[in-house]
Design a protein around this ligand. Structure first.
Ligand SMILES: [Zn+2]
Length: 412
């Protein structure tokens, strides 16, 4: 089974400078190749990895800086771009800007990267052209290295390895439980058994400090030293928030996935996601644009991040993650099947207008998501009510109780 190991790297000054140069080269290769792909697309044509890789090899003669960096990393960047463009199309892929993109590059040939312990706390790995780099040995590798990636987050470099542990992928045990998850605006995640997962990712003091830095920054000149310092400090806060969020996602994912054979998630639209990121769903408020950075940090639950964490955890335990259409999950009664917008009394409250079933609205969403996840969506579509129609005025016929998750499927 493949898994990742990430360590803090302690680069020497020369190594850090060189790593920065490699990052710069990767960035310009990415941007040039992306521009080329877009040009081709505009003419109705397509250029692939093979062609671009060949052209890059030729360009090495003209640009010595391109020749100085590890060739495999450059090829890897072109390959990554190829995959990205095939999946999303060249116009959806982002430029890598000098200020926004953190350097990251991958050495694909893991078998040629030797690793040795040099003390109890430190180890070294030899990377092509960079040489031996030292990193903090916080846990064993636990398998054969497939690839190594250097990344910089702020001022700190990390080295991560993709490792083949040799352990067989766990088999799915269908006897185990199932869980439905509803990701919401007020609460990060709710499960069908009534658990709510939520925490604030930014502390009040941090938000205050961020606001103060924002004001300070607006008083400084563009490109000045003081402005750069403000931005740097703001980024330190944001990185902390990001790390906290990622950590919470990982922990939440463990608590949701472990012991379950099936995790049902609603298939969220990106529109809903970005609306919440801008703070328009939960807090329409003023000045959304001006405070976008801070607002996002406060409101952003990172739904996609949670999904990634769940998938990552599920991969290890062999759990199946299924996405279901989310239409009406928040307006459908899990016991009688009635679909009514009025059942949703507020952001958090759900009281069925027909049978009086009352529960936290997000938990209801999770229950419906689970029901759809294992009985199939068609079974839960109210009869005579096409999915895309407005729910108001539809007659929510009670659904056959044998299809309800409470009646049909045993829970552990
Ligand atoms: Zn009901």
């Amino acid at each position: 089974m493949l898994t990742g190991r990430k360590y803090v790297a302690a680069l020497t000054e020369d190594q850090a400078t060189f790593a920065e140069e490699i990052g710069g080269a990767i960035r310009s290769v990415w941007n040039t190749a992306l521009e080329q792909r877009r040009k081709y697309r505009r003419r109705g044509k397509w250029i692939g990895y093979r062609e671009q890789s060949r052209e890059m090899a030729e360009a090495k003669g003209d640009f010595p800086w391109l020749k100085a960096v590890p060739g495999h990393c450059l090829q890897q960047a072109l390959m990554d771009l190829d995959v990205a463009c095939r999946t999303h199309g060249p116009f959806m892929i982002r430029w890598r800007s000098k200020t926004r993109w953190s350097p990251s590059f991958r050495f694909p040939e893991g078998s040629k990267i030797p690793v040795k312990r040099i003390s109890r706390k430190w180890a070294q790995a030899r990377l092509p052209k960079i040489g031996w780099i030292t990193f903090r040995w916080t846990r064993p590798l636990g398998g054969a290295i497939r690839s190594a990636t250097m990344t910089r987050d702020g001022e700190r470099w990390h080295i991560s390895f993709l490792v083949e542990t040799g352990a067989p992928a766990p088999a799915v045990n269908l006897e185990r439980g199932r869980v439905g998850v509803d990701r919401g605006v007020a609460v990060l995640a709710a499960t069908d058994d009534g658990r709510l997962f939520e925490r604030k990712f930014i502390r009040p003091g941090e938000a205050e400090r961020y606001r103060r830095l924002e004001k300070q920054r607006n008083r400084t000149e563009r490109g000045s030293k003081r402005r750069r310092e403000c931005i740097r400090r703001q980024r330190v806060i944001m990185r902390r928030v990001r790390n906290r969020r990622r950590d919470f996602h990982a922990r939440t994912a463990c608590r949701i996935v472990d012991g379950n054979a099936l995790v049902a998630l609603e298939d969220l639209s990106t529109k809903k996601m970005s609306a919440s990121a801008k703070g328009t769903v939960a807090e329409p408020g003023r000045n959304v644009g001006a405070k976008a950075g801070l607002n996002r940090a406060i409101l952003d639950k990172g739904w996609h991040g949670l999904e990634l964490a769940i998938r990552n955890r599920a991969r290890k335990s062999g759990t199946v993650v299924r996405k279901v259409p989310p239409a009406y999950t928040s307006q459908t009664c899990p016991t009688c099947g009635r679909v009514d917008a009025n059942s949703r009394q507020s952001q958090a409250e759900f009281v069925c207008t027909t049978c009086g079933y009352a529960e936290h609205a997000d938990v209801v969403g999770a229950q419906n998501t689970l029901a759809r996840g294992h009985t199939g969506y068609r079974a839960w579509r109210p009869r005579g009510c096409p999915v895309r129609e407005s729910p108001t005025g539809s007659r929510g016929n009670p659904v056959d109780s044998s299809l309800s998750h409470e009646a049909g499927i045993p829970r552990p």
